[in-house]
Ligand binder design. Structure first.
Ligand SMILES: C[S@@+](CC[C@H](N)C(=O)[O-])C[C@H]1O[C@@H](n2cnc3c(N)ncnc32)[C@H](O)[C@@H]1O
Length: 249
């Protein structure tokens, strides 16, 4: 297996593929002033196995197009949709987030938890804006500095991994300069990382290694995650996922 296939294998069969929580998805949703008498069209981009998609489908009147690059995650989401009786509200689409062919102003809401970084925050904001109705909402979570300064070790790590990491005030400026008005911002608390993401992942390490014959590459995938887990526990006061909710002007 390639490293990418191993990463998918590690993340399969998990509730979510990134930090988050049902409460935070709902908090972002409640910040939107949505009409109750109208069916909405929602795109959930980089949906993974649909941790947030199910919550959205349970709490919104409308239809969700859940997009991901990897069919392994979409298959899981389809199974979950069936299990919860939500198949008529969720349709999946296997496509890259930078090659979407939606119509102009097709959606009332564009949702993306922990995934816009794959094409870059500003690039994603620009590319997806056309698909959103004027007055429609975007909700994205994105790695963010939560203090104005930070220790060199964590600064260097994240700047190397994702040069677009920045403070919320700078991310909000990007939203504004790209034609959105901020409705709300908050950042994810440690339970979203530790209980909902790192701990379930750690509990899968052993079976993942066994399944993959303790290969060198499988150990690398585990060790890369352990590095991030250690970094998070040491520096969680300095970075998190910021959740940005904005309206298209
Ligand atoms: C950190 S995970 C977040 C998944 C999910 N939203 C969650 O919070 O649990 C990022 C997701 O983006 C997907 N992804 C990566 N590159 C992509 C691309 N170019 N187009 C669409 N999805 C992509 C991955 O498969 C993965 O499901």
């Amino acid at each position: 297996m390639t490293e990418l296939e191993l990463i998918i294998d590690l993340h399969k069969n998990s509730e979510r593929q990134g930090p988050g929580s049902e409460n935070d998805t709902l908090k972002a949703l409640w910040l939107m002033d949505l009409p109750s008498d109208q069916k909405l069209k929602i795109a959930d981009i980089g949906c993974g196995s649909g941790g947030q998609t199910i919550t959205l489908a349970q709490n919104l009147n409308g239809e969700i197009t859940a997009v991901d690059l990897f069919p392994e995650f979409l298959d899981e989401l389809n199974e979950k949709s069936q299990k919860y009786g939500l198949s008529s509200k969720i349709k999946t689409l296997e496509k890259s987030m930078d090659e979407l062919s939606f119509n102009n102003e097709e959606f009332d809401i564009i949702w993306s938890e922990g995934a816009i970084y794959n094409i870059g925050f500003e690039n994603g904001l620009k590319k997806w804006k056309d698909y959103l109705k004027v007055g429609g909402y975007i909700a994205v979570s994105e790695i963010t500095w939560i203090t104005n300064s930070r220790p060199k070790e964590v600064e260097e790590y994240w700047t190397n991994e994702y040069p677009e990491i920045d403070t919320a005030s700078n991310k909000i400026k990007l939203l504004e300069s790209n034609g959105y008005s901020l409705i709300g911002y908050f950042y994810l608390r440690p339970n979203c990382w530790i209980e909902n993401y790192w701990e379930p992942m750690e509990s899968r390490f052993e079976t993942f290694l066994e399944r993959n014959h303790h290969s060198e590459l499988a150990y690398k995938v585990v060790n890369d995650n352990k590095t991030e887990i250690n970094l998070y526990s040491k520096y969680k006061d300095y970075f998190s996922y910021g959740f940005y909710i904005a309206r298209k002007n």
